[in-house]
Ligand binder design. Structure first.
Ligand code: CP
Length: 329
Protein backbone atom coordinates (compact mmCIF):
# COMPACT_ATOMS: atom_id res chain seq x y z
CA UNK A 1 0.00 0.00 0.00
CA UNK A 2 1.27 3.46 -0.86
CA UNK A 3 2.39 5.65 2.02
CA UNK A 4 1.25 8.73 0.03
CA UNK A 5 -2.39 9.71 -0.40
CA UNK A 6 -1.82 11.59 -3.64
CA UNK A 7 0.77 11.73 -6.40
CA UNK A 8 2.28 14.92 -4.88
CA UNK A 9 4.27 15.43 -1.67
CA UNK A 10 3.56 18.90 -0.30
CA UNK A 11 2.69 18.45 3.39
CA UNK A 12 2.13 15.98 6.24
CA UNK A 13 -1.44 15.67 4.99
CA UNK A 14 -0.14 13.74 1.96
CA UNK A 15 1.16 10.85 4.12
CA UNK A 16 -0.96 7.86 5.12
CA UNK A 17 1.39 6.52 7.83
CA UNK A 18 4.23 8.69 9.15
CA UNK A 19 5.79 5.87 11.20
CA UNK A 20 5.93 3.60 8.16
CA UNK A 21 7.56 6.37 6.09
CA UNK A 22 10.12 6.98 8.87
CA UNK A 23 10.86 3.23 9.04
CA UNK A 24 11.35 3.17 5.27
CA UNK A 25 13.78 6.11 5.47
CA UNK A 26 15.78 4.41 8.24
CA UNK A 27 15.86 1.22 6.13
CA UNK A 28 17.40 3.24 3.31
CA UNK A 29 19.92 4.70 5.76
CA UNK A 30 20.99 1.14 6.60
CA UNK A 31 21.01 0.05 2.94
CA UNK A 32 21.10 3.04 0.56
CA UNK A 33 21.23 0.99 -2.66
CA UNK A 34 18.48 -1.50 -1.81
CA UNK A 35 16.27 -0.11 -4.61
CA UNK A 36 19.01 1.09 -6.94
CA UNK A 37 17.05 0.25 -10.12
CA UNK A 38 13.59 1.45 -8.98
CA UNK A 39 13.98 4.76 -10.82
CA UNK A 40 15.89 3.49 -13.85
CA UNK A 41 14.85 5.41 -16.96
CA UNK A 42 13.12 8.08 -14.87
CA UNK A 43 14.18 11.72 -14.56
CA UNK A 44 13.51 14.24 -11.79
CA UNK A 45 13.73 17.96 -12.47
CA UNK A 46 14.80 19.93 -9.40
CA UNK A 47 13.79 23.59 -9.84
CA UNK A 48 15.23 26.12 -7.44
CA UNK A 49 13.65 29.55 -7.41
CA UNK A 50 15.65 30.23 -4.22
CA UNK A 51 19.05 29.23 -2.76
CA UNK A 52 19.73 25.84 -1.16
CA UNK A 53 22.56 23.55 -0.12
CA UNK A 54 21.11 20.62 1.87
CA UNK A 55 17.86 20.21 -0.06
CA UNK A 56 19.57 20.41 -3.43
CA UNK A 57 22.33 17.91 -2.64
CA UNK A 58 20.29 15.45 -0.59
CA UNK A 59 17.54 15.26 -3.22
CA UNK A 60 20.07 14.59 -5.98
CA UNK A 61 21.79 11.88 -3.91
CA UNK A 62 18.44 10.30 -3.00
CA UNK A 63 17.38 10.23 -6.66
CA UNK A 64 20.70 8.69 -7.72
CA UNK A 65 20.47 6.04 -4.97
CA UNK A 66 17.19 4.97 -6.62
CA UNK A 67 18.70 4.96 -10.11
CA UNK A 68 16.95 8.18 -11.23
CA UNK A 69 18.62 10.95 -13.15
CA UNK A 70 18.31 14.30 -11.36
CA UNK A 71 18.58 17.52 -13.36
CA UNK A 72 18.95 20.73 -11.37
CA UNK A 73 17.75 24.04 -12.81
CA UNK A 74 18.37 27.21 -10.81
CA UNK A 75 15.35 29.01 -12.21
CA UNK A 76 15.73 31.89 -9.77
CA UNK A 77 19.21 32.87 -10.95
CA UNK A 78 19.51 31.30 -14.42
CA UNK A 79 16.00 31.03 -15.86
CA UNK A 80 13.42 33.42 -17.25
CA UNK A 81 11.57 35.30 -14.55
CA UNK A 82 8.26 33.49 -14.12
CA UNK A 83 4.78 35.00 -13.84
CA UNK A 84 2.36 33.13 -11.56
CA UNK A 85 -0.83 35.22 -11.64
CA UNK A 86 -3.44 33.85 -14.04
CA UNK A 87 -4.63 36.42 -16.61
CA UNK A 88 -1.67 38.68 -15.82
CA UNK A 89 -0.83 41.39 -18.35
CA UNK A 90 2.87 40.64 -18.65
CA UNK A 91 4.15 44.14 -19.35
CA UNK A 92 6.43 44.19 -16.29
CA UNK A 93 9.54 42.24 -15.31
CA UNK A 94 8.23 38.67 -15.76
CA UNK A 95 9.17 36.97 -19.05
CA UNK A 96 7.39 33.62 -19.06
CA UNK A 97 4.12 32.43 -17.53
CA UNK A 98 4.15 29.28 -15.40
CA UNK A 99 1.21 28.17 -17.55
CA UNK A 100 3.64 27.95 -20.49
CA UNK A 101 6.76 26.79 -18.63
CA UNK A 102 5.31 24.08 -16.34
CA UNK A 103 3.81 21.86 -19.11
CA UNK A 104 7.24 21.83 -20.78
CA UNK A 105 8.77 20.59 -17.51
CA UNK A 106 6.04 17.96 -17.60
CA UNK A 107 7.35 16.76 -20.97
CA UNK A 108 11.00 16.67 -19.86
CA UNK A 109 10.61 15.01 -16.44
CA UNK A 110 8.73 12.23 -14.64
CA UNK A 111 8.71 14.09 -11.29
CA UNK A 112 9.07 17.82 -10.73
CA UNK A 113 10.66 18.99 -7.47
CA UNK A 114 10.38 22.69 -6.64
CA UNK A 115 11.72 25.15 -4.08
CA UNK A 116 9.71 28.34 -3.93
CA UNK A 117 10.08 30.64 -0.92
CA UNK A 118 7.27 33.01 0.06
CA UNK A 119 7.31 36.59 -1.16
CA UNK A 120 6.95 37.80 2.45
CA UNK A 121 5.13 40.71 0.78
CA UNK A 122 1.68 39.27 0.06
CA UNK A 123 0.34 37.05 2.85
CA UNK A 124 -2.72 35.98 0.87
CA UNK A 125 -0.65 34.72 -2.09
CA UNK A 126 1.93 33.09 0.18
CA UNK A 127 -0.64 31.27 2.33
CA UNK A 128 -2.60 30.16 -0.76
CA UNK A 129 0.65 28.49 -1.92
CA UNK A 130 0.20 30.24 -5.25
CA UNK A 131 3.59 29.27 -6.75
CA UNK A 132 3.66 25.53 -6.04
CA UNK A 133 -0.06 25.17 -6.75
CA UNK A 134 0.42 26.74 -10.17
CA UNK A 135 3.13 24.17 -10.93
CA UNK A 136 0.80 21.39 -9.75
CA UNK A 137 -1.99 22.83 -11.90
CA UNK A 138 0.03 23.14 -15.09
CA UNK A 139 2.91 20.58 -15.01
CA UNK A 140 0.78 17.46 -15.41
CA UNK A 141 3.30 15.31 -13.48
CA UNK A 142 3.77 14.63 -9.73
CA UNK A 143 5.22 17.54 -7.78
CA UNK A 144 7.59 17.23 -4.80
CA UNK A 145 7.99 20.24 -2.51
CA UNK A 146 11.57 21.19 -1.72
CA UNK A 147 10.11 23.93 0.53
CA UNK A 148 7.18 26.07 -0.45
CA UNK A 149 5.74 29.36 0.78
CA UNK A 150 4.40 27.94 4.05
CA UNK A 151 5.84 24.44 4.52
CA UNK A 152 9.07 22.40 4.29
CA UNK A 153 7.86 18.79 4.36
CA UNK A 154 11.15 16.98 3.56
CA UNK A 155 12.83 18.91 6.38
CA UNK A 156 10.05 17.99 8.80
CA UNK A 157 10.04 14.32 7.79
CA UNK A 158 13.79 14.40 8.42
CA UNK A 159 13.16 15.90 11.85
CA UNK A 160 10.75 13.10 12.77
CA UNK A 161 13.31 10.54 11.52
CA UNK A 162 16.04 12.17 13.62
CA UNK A 163 13.92 12.23 16.78
CA UNK A 164 12.89 8.61 16.22
CA UNK A 165 16.44 7.36 15.70
CA UNK A 166 17.87 9.22 18.73
CA UNK A 167 15.08 8.30 21.16
CA UNK A 168 16.95 5.18 22.25
CA UNK A 169 19.76 7.47 23.46
CA UNK A 170 17.23 8.96 25.91
CA UNK A 171 16.06 5.94 27.94
CA UNK A 172 14.24 8.22 30.37
CA UNK A 173 11.65 8.86 27.63
CA UNK A 174 10.91 5.16 27.14
CA UNK A 175 7.70 5.12 29.16
CA UNK A 176 6.44 8.57 28.29
CA UNK A 177 6.13 10.86 25.31
CA UNK A 178 9.35 12.86 24.78
CA UNK A 179 8.93 16.59 25.31
CA UNK A 180 9.77 18.47 22.11
CA UNK A 181 10.04 22.27 22.28
CA UNK A 182 10.06 24.50 19.21
CA UNK A 183 11.63 27.77 20.25
CA UNK A 184 11.75 31.03 18.33
CA UNK A 185 15.25 32.56 18.13
CA UNK A 186 16.48 36.00 17.07
CA UNK A 187 17.70 36.68 13.52
CA UNK A 188 19.00 39.62 11.54
CA UNK A 189 16.32 39.61 8.83
CA UNK A 190 12.67 38.55 8.40
CA UNK A 191 12.50 34.83 7.59
CA UNK A 192 9.56 32.72 6.38
CA UNK A 193 7.41 30.76 8.84
CA UNK A 194 7.77 27.58 6.69
CA UNK A 195 10.03 25.48 8.89
CA UNK A 196 8.16 26.35 12.09
CA UNK A 197 4.74 25.78 10.45
CA UNK A 198 5.90 22.51 8.95
CA UNK A 199 7.59 21.20 12.11
CA UNK A 200 4.39 21.98 14.04
CA UNK A 201 2.23 20.28 11.45
CA UNK A 202 4.37 17.11 11.47
CA UNK A 203 4.69 16.95 15.28
CA UNK A 204 0.91 17.18 15.57
CA UNK A 205 0.30 14.65 12.79
CA UNK A 206 2.88 12.23 14.26
CA UNK A 207 1.29 12.53 17.69
CA UNK A 208 4.05 10.69 19.57
CA UNK A 209 5.52 13.69 21.41
CA UNK A 210 4.47 16.23 24.02
CA UNK A 211 4.77 19.29 21.78
CA UNK A 212 5.39 22.81 23.12
CA UNK A 213 6.00 26.01 21.14
CA UNK A 214 7.60 29.08 22.70
CA UNK A 215 7.99 32.52 21.17
CA UNK A 216 7.75 36.17 22.17
CA UNK A 217 4.31 37.76 22.01
CA UNK A 218 3.32 38.84 18.47
CA UNK A 219 5.11 35.85 16.85
CA UNK A 220 2.03 33.60 16.80
CA UNK A 221 2.04 31.08 13.96
CA UNK A 222 -0.98 30.13 11.86
CA UNK A 223 -3.22 28.04 14.21
CA UNK A 224 -3.92 25.77 11.23
CA UNK A 225 -0.42 24.37 11.80
CA UNK A 226 0.07 24.73 15.58
CA UNK A 227 -3.17 22.85 16.36
CA UNK A 228 -3.34 21.78 19.99
CA UNK A 229 0.33 22.44 20.84
CA UNK A 230 1.01 24.13 24.17
CA UNK A 231 2.13 27.70 23.42
CA UNK A 232 4.15 29.62 26.01
CA UNK A 233 5.69 33.09 25.88
CA UNK A 234 8.12 32.29 28.69
CA UNK A 235 11.04 30.46 27.07
CA UNK A 236 12.58 29.27 30.37
CA UNK A 237 9.29 27.72 31.44
CA UNK A 238 8.90 26.02 28.05
CA UNK A 239 12.44 24.60 28.06
CA UNK A 240 12.03 22.95 31.49
CA UNK A 241 12.59 19.17 31.16
CA UNK A 242 12.63 19.30 27.34
CA UNK A 243 14.08 16.22 25.62
CA UNK A 244 14.46 17.96 22.26
CA UNK A 245 14.81 21.68 21.51
CA UNK A 246 14.19 22.77 17.92
CA UNK A 247 15.55 26.27 17.37
CA UNK A 248 14.22 28.46 14.54
CA UNK A 249 13.57 32.08 13.76
CA UNK A 250 10.46 33.22 11.95
CA UNK A 251 9.02 36.62 11.15
CA UNK A 252 5.56 37.67 12.31
CA UNK A 253 2.53 35.91 10.80
CA UNK A 254 -0.37 38.11 11.91
CA UNK A 255 1.06 41.51 10.90
CA UNK A 256 2.86 39.75 8.11
CA UNK A 257 6.65 39.31 7.78
CA UNK A 258 7.83 41.85 10.33
CA UNK A 259 10.51 41.73 13.00
CA UNK A 260 8.90 43.17 16.17
CA UNK A 261 11.05 42.01 19.02
CA UNK A 262 14.51 40.66 18.28
CA UNK A 263 15.41 40.13 21.93
CA UNK A 264 18.90 38.52 22.01
CA UNK A 265 18.02 36.83 25.30
CA UNK A 266 16.02 34.30 23.21
CA UNK A 267 19.30 32.88 21.75
CA UNK A 268 19.79 29.28 22.94
CA UNK A 269 22.80 29.20 25.29
CA UNK A 270 24.31 26.60 27.63
CA UNK A 271 22.53 28.30 30.56
CA UNK A 272 19.19 27.76 28.84
CA UNK A 273 20.10 24.21 27.85
CA UNK A 274 20.74 23.51 31.55
CA UNK A 275 16.98 23.97 32.13
CA UNK A 276 16.21 20.99 29.89
CA UNK A 277 16.40 17.24 30.36
CA UNK A 278 19.85 17.19 28.70
CA UNK A 279 17.97 18.00 25.49
CA UNK A 280 19.16 17.21 22.04
CA UNK A 281 19.34 20.39 19.99
CA UNK A 282 18.00 20.59 16.44
CA UNK A 283 18.00 23.26 13.71
CA UNK A 284 17.24 22.92 9.98
CA UNK A 285 20.35 24.95 9.02
CA UNK A 286 21.76 27.25 7.80
CA UNK A 287 22.16 28.81 11.24
CA UNK A 288 23.44 32.22 12.35
CA UNK A 289 25.98 31.34 15.05
CA UNK A 290 25.83 33.42 18.22
CA UNK A 291 22.55 34.96 17.06
CA UNK A 292 20.15 31.98 17.04
CA UNK A 293 22.34 29.54 19.01
CA UNK A 294 25.62 30.08 20.82
CA UNK A 295 28.83 28.42 19.62
CA UNK A 296 28.91 26.46 22.88
CA UNK A 297 25.53 24.86 22.18
CA UNK A 298 26.17 24.16 18.49
CA UNK A 299 29.56 22.62 19.26
CA UNK A 300 28.31 20.62 22.26
CA UNK A 301 27.47 16.89 22.22
CA UNK A 302 23.81 17.88 22.62
CA UNK A 303 23.73 19.29 19.10
CA UNK A 304 22.46 16.80 16.51
CA UNK A 305 22.23 19.29 13.63
CA UNK A 306 24.76 17.48 11.42
CA UNK A 307 23.08 14.11 11.95
CA UNK A 308 19.76 15.83 11.19
CA UNK A 309 21.06 17.35 7.93
CA UNK A 310 22.58 13.98 6.95
CA UNK A 311 19.14 12.40 7.33
CA UNK A 312 17.78 14.67 4.60
CA UNK A 313 18.97 12.05 2.08
CA UNK A 314 16.89 9.25 3.63
CA UNK A 315 13.75 11.37 3.92
CA UNK A 316 14.01 12.33 0.25
CA UNK A 317 14.79 8.74 -0.77
CA UNK A 318 11.76 7.34 1.09
CA UNK A 319 9.43 9.92 -0.46
CA UNK A 320 10.85 9.56 -3.98
CA UNK A 321 10.55 5.78 -3.69
CA UNK A 322 6.86 6.17 -2.86
CA UNK A 323 6.35 8.63 -5.73
CA UNK A 324 8.07 6.24 -8.15
CA UNK A 325 5.86 3.42 -6.87
CA UNK A 326 2.80 5.51 -7.72
CA UNK A 327 4.15 6.24 -11.23
CA UNK A 328 4.39 2.53 -12.00
CA UNK A 329 1.05 1.51 -10.43
N1 CP B 1 17.41 23.07 5.67
C1 CP B 1 17.45 23.40 4.37
O1 CP B 1 16.42 23.33 3.66
O2 CP B 1 18.67 23.77 3.92
P1 CP B 1 18.97 24.40 2.47
O3 CP B 1 18.22 25.71 2.42
O4 CP B 1 20.45 24.56 2.40
O5 CP B 1 18.42 23.46 1.44
Amino acid sequence: MSLLKTSNFISANDVTDINALVAKALDYKANPFRDKTLGAGKRIGCLFLNPSMRTRLSTQIAAQNLGMEPIVFNVGSEGWQLEFEDEAIMSGTTSEHVKDAAPIMGKYFDILAIRTFPSLANKEDDYSELYINQFIKYAGIPVLSLESATLHPLQSLTDVITIRETLNEKPETRNQKPKVVLTWAPHVKPLPQCVANSFSQWMNAWGEVDFVITHPEDYELDPKFTGNATILHNQDEALKDADYVYVKNWSTYTDYAKIYNNDPSWMLTLDKLALTNNAKVMHCLPVRRNVELSDEVLDSPNSIVTQEAGNRVWAAQAVLSEMLGQLSS
